[in-house]
Design a protein around this ligand. Structure first.
Ligand code: GRF
Length: 206
């Protein structure tokens, strides 16, 4: 593994299939990034178990263990900083990050809908309820809003007759994992620039 590889801290709240896709990708030396730690906002999730099986350091910061959200934000940022990431990846992390993390590191997020439609915790359910025929997934830079950061990559997924939330989410996640792996790899290898809301791969001046 190259010592030049971009250092990723990945944050999870659930089953961690997006994390697993990243773990599989970083096994290839040419990918350009490596996962240095995995953090979570809750114990006992498969995402943490995946990290442990991969032999990675893990940490948990629960909001309930802090007097308020700001204190949690500061504690979480400290845990992340301890692993000196170049990039933080929220891979199904179900908390909005605060300024202490967002000001310290670039943060990537993934969402199972085509933003700006259907932000928030129920993007798949909301898209189905609205009756759209096309939904998908979005990889974006995180900001302090709910799924409002500059968009990096999107891919569409058709809604099929008879889809329910679980089935549609699984089909979206199949696409989402590829999009996340592809986007993180390109950011690691090529760098990126942000101009207003526009994100481009490549380093400034290239
Ligand atoms: C993903 O669809 C993510 O966008 C959403 O929750 C899902 C997480 O899946 N917020 P997993 O934990 O990576 O399997």
């Amino acid at each position: 593994m190259s010592s030049q590889a971009v250092r990723l801290v990945v944050l999870v709240s659930g089953s961690g299939t997006n994390l697993q896709a990243l773990l599989d990708a970083v096994a290839d030396d040419t990918y350009g990034a490596r996962v240095v730690a995995v953090g979570a906002d809750r114990e006992g999730i498969e995402g943490l178990a995946r990290a442990e099986r991969a032999g990675l350091p893990t940490f948990v910061e629960r909001v309930a263990d802090h007097p308020d959200r700001q204190a949690w934000d500061v504690a979480l940022a400290g845990r992340i900083a301890g692993h000196r990431p170049d990039l933080v990846v929220c891979a199904g992390f179900m908390k909005i990050l605060g300024a202490p993390t967002l000001r310290a590191f670039p943060v990537l997020n993934t969402h199972p809908a085509l933003l700006p439609s259907f932000p928030g915790a129920h993007g798949v359910r909301d898209a189905l309820a609205y009756g759209v025929r096309l939904t998908g997934c979005t990889v974006m830079l995180a900001d302090e809003g709910v799924d409002t950061g500059p968009i990096i990559a999107q891919q569409a997924v058709p809604v099929l007759d008879g889809d329910d939330e679980a089935g549609l989410h699984e089909r979206i996640k199949t696409v989402e994992r590829h999009l996340l792996v592809d986007t993180v790899g390109r950011m690691a290898r090529e760098g990126w620039t942000v101009t207003g809301r526009t994100v481009r791969f490549g380093r400034a001046g290239e």
